[in-house]
Design a binder for this molecule. Sequence first.
Ligand code: NDP
Ligand code: 8X3
Length: 282
Amino acid sequence: MGNEFSLTTDDSRFTFTIADYLLILLSHFIIMNKIILITGATSGFGKAIAEKFAAAGWNCIITGRRAEKLHALATDLQSHYDIQVLPLVFDVQKRSEVFAALENLSEDWHNIDVLVNNAGLALGRDSFENANLDDWDTMIDTNVKGMMYVTKAVLPFMTKRKKGHIINMGSVAGKLVYKEGNGYCASKHAVDALSKAMRIDLLPHHIKVTAIHPGAAETEFSMVRFKGDESKAKQVYEGFTPLHAEDIADITFYCVNLPENVCINDLVVSCTAQADGIYIHK
Ligand code: NDP
Ligand code: 8X3
């Protein structure tokens, strides 16, 4: 009985020892110290994921090419939540930039618990014979090679601790090919394949790998795909309610907060009006 006290004297469920309280306090600090690295945090899913985890007390490494947006988000998160934020500006396509940024992380940031490979884009919707070669290069370099570079640069921090969780942002376009989706669908099929490859190879290191494959979500995605053509971008989401970036942030948070022995490997998620990469009820 020594160090025991209770909130109500006649209910044993509410009896806590000082050790229990110390454990709760300790777990609070363990959560406070957790670190998530999110690529592509200047808009859309990445930004929503950063906001979700920051609100839960996670320290965040956020990345993207648009320095101004990235620094604005860092300032915003730090002013709202009692956390640390490290903004890193680099282009995931550029191998030297990726490794320079991540290999030179100060020791405080080495214990990355979660990596979200989210940076990515689609460019164009053209028939194979009309597709633009530069668009193909950019999609493959960003969605596939960029994801591989970032993962390779972060992995030493995880393998050293024999712990970590990698979340790869795939797409319904990585599960099924649709008309005029050639280069983008290929890049997301590669994300699907690489997620499976990572999951197998990283088993001995106790690293979880989750691939999330969203359907249509209204972010900057279609503005980028249609190169600033607002009416084409808007048309994509007309006649149905698409996913919101916050939906993907909530799902990511759920996947990350499962018990140590549980891993969601592969998760396809769409709005209720969408069946797959092709069928949307409008
Ligand atoms: P957004 O366009 O809103 O966000 C894309 C993010 O990726 C931005 O932060 C952008 O930052 C970053 N990014 C793009 N290229 C690079 C690069 N070369 N280097 C570094 N960062 C880069 O789109 P979403 O949030 O919708 O997309 C996020 C991910 O989700 C992508 O991989 C996309 O393919 C995928 N996805 C999207 C769906 C949708 O319908 N919206 C559905 C399924 C999957 P910056 O420009 O500052 O570099
Ligand atoms: C984005 C969803 O359907 O435009 O990956 O490919 S879709």
